[in-house]
Ligand binder design. Sequence first.
Ligand code: NAI
Ligand code: PYR
Length: 725
Amino acid sequence: MTIKRMAAKTPRSGQESAYMPPPSVGPPDNASTGRSRVLRARARVILTTHRSSPPLRSPPPRQGRGEGILTAGALTAATLQNPPGRREGISSDSVRARATAIVGPRSRGGAGMWRHAARRSSAQIRRSGVMSSSSSPSAPAAAAGAAVPGPCIVHKRGTDILHDPWFNKDTAFPMTERDRLGLRGLLPPRVMSFEQQYDRFINSFRSLEHNTRGEPDTIVALAKWRILNRLHDRNETLYYRVLIDNIKDFAPIIYTPTVGLVCENYSGLFRRPRGMYFSAKDKGEMMSMIYNWPAEKVDMIVVTDGSRILGLGDLGVQGIGIPIGKLDVYVAAAGINPQKVLPIMLDVGTNNTKLLEDKLYLGLRQPRLEGEEYLSVVDEFMEAVHARWPKAVVQRYRNRFCMFNDDVQGTAGVALAGLLGAVRAQGRPLSDFTKQKIVVVGAGSAGIGVLNMAKQAMLRMPGINRSGEGHNQFWVLDKDGLITKARKGLDPAVARYARGFGPEEVQDLHEGASLVEVVRKVKPHVLLGLSGVGGIFNEEVLKAMKESDSPRPAIFAMSNPTTKAECTPEDVFKYVGENAVFASGSPFSNVTLGNGRQGYANQANNMYLFPGIGLGALLSGARHITDGMLQSAAECLASYITDDEIRKGILFPSISSIRHITARVGAAVVRAAVDEDLAEGRCDVDARDLKSMTEADTVDYVARKMWYPIYSPLLRYWRGVEEYR
Ligand SMILES: NC(=O)C1=CN([C@@H]2O[C@H](COP(=O)(O)OP(=O)(O)OC[C@H]3O[C@@H](n4cnc5c(N)ncnc54)[C@H](O)[C@@H]3O)[C@@H](O)[C@H]2O)C=CC1
Ligand SMILES: CC(=O)C(=O)O
């Protein structure tokens, strides 16, 4: 077999389409009503694309990363699902055989093996010195066999490779590769192992922590972000490895709270671009611009218009940090191939006067576009995305395309899991959820998303009239206080939660009543904040929560970043009492209570769900993400915690288990898609294959599809092989 033939059959552009139905086409539907609100709510949207259209030019196959090229990870599912010879695109028999050896034969007991595998720490796996290019849960399978990752074809040589973070291995290039790729003499002679590089980075990181002790928090946080970002710019394989193995330590840096600080200071911190930038000045050009992105296939797009970045308000172009951070979470938690993610900033100006006056500001220096002007930019952008990746679409096309909004549905699912946990913490059956009194502070996109999902969950419970009439367990406040039916000009999405004035409706409260008044009168079981107002659950409010009708009052301070959290866990356990349960959007440390007990500071962040929803949707091949799929994801997260943990006040699992959680959530989403007859499958795992999987098989399948970082041997293209770049 010649390399030329091998390259021709390498799974690139057309590889998936052999097994796929034709992509759906058709212009986005602009005629939907209330679209302005929907778009506003969509400060961050995940566009999930399943397959790419035929490329204008073929992009380079990348190093050891999932499905696009010959890696063990790429071969895993194919080998599991197909007898040799059926899969096209994997042309080397020897590579196929090797991959089979890596993952082992498929057995119905696969999930058991996977669970066993997942219990091993990644550090153990790392130390074994044998790594799989598949998901970390599969790594022990690799450790048991001869794990030699599949090769990767590179169309560059010399310094171009060293400067490409997708291919660069720094000092870990073996001598043979240095010869093959024209690297001899460009690197110091000693060849380091991946292990050594990993340890070296972790040591530098720990020294930085040591050396910055006592410095202000923001200085330390930015220094940590810089060191990680420099690695990201230089060597993505190593970057994602340290991120995955140390997610608990690093999630607060790449995501909330530090990402907020990074966005606030982005123009000054900017060194190298990441992702794509579309601005209002690009009108008329977007359709061609979209093809400037070098990767042919894109599975996940996170786009922001920068209008509401965490609870920090309008940060204009500087909001790009959020899509970058969220996609890093997708890679780390869901094992989405980092070559197939695309962060996008849609710059339509900013109303932040401080930024407009800042000479270093990198975005459009104009007020934010509104109304039709704004929509026309979004529409053109969407059409461009749709043209290149036809399955991608945004919120208002939810019923036609595969997409969801992590701020709305992701947050809602996480909150619902927490709310159900709060019922269990009281020692009550889940059906008692319908009797919980819930005060929600913040009626924006996140707050309303939570209310909608919680309401749907209540309506499915026994004893509740399906229309939901006469059943309103929610007291909702916005910046003007309690929302009642007396409020004028209410958005219809909010109006359904406005309290009326009948018996038991407002409980002697009035339109615009203050938070403390509401808490005193209602004595809620749950107080949930998505207001973006730091400290709004003050001493007075928390002391009022002490009189809650619940034996375990629940306080969810979900706003981000840390400075915007509605309260701290210390204040909750001090003012509400040690029997309270607490969760926050950004991480806090647990609190030491009397008798050596711990007051748990749970993290209620949509990062527990969006990676699994995205991965599950992708693998199911469903054309859109339904409420049922989202509900399954939330229920899966809720059921992850044992009764024993709940009793202690643990409502959410540790972020260290994020890959494990994501595999389960992803599988729950796939199963829901199958149950709703929406699953079309992906690559060579078709709808029938998905249908035939048990629940455990599905978890196994999802876990095995996760990308895991490892260096693959690089092959330079041969004469006669098409050059991509
Ligand atoms: N933990 C998590 O996973 C997530 C947390 N969030 C956080 O939720 C917060 C809000 O996000 P969005 O809903 O998208 O923002 P938004 O701007 O759409 O809504 C904010 C809401 O808070 C209300 N509000 C403002 N000041 C208030 C006050 N003093 N009292 C009562 N209500 C007040 C506003 O009237 C509005 O209804 C942000 O801080 C964000 O970081 C958002 C998504 C996920
Ligand atoms: C976590 C998140 O998405 C937010 O705070 O907006």
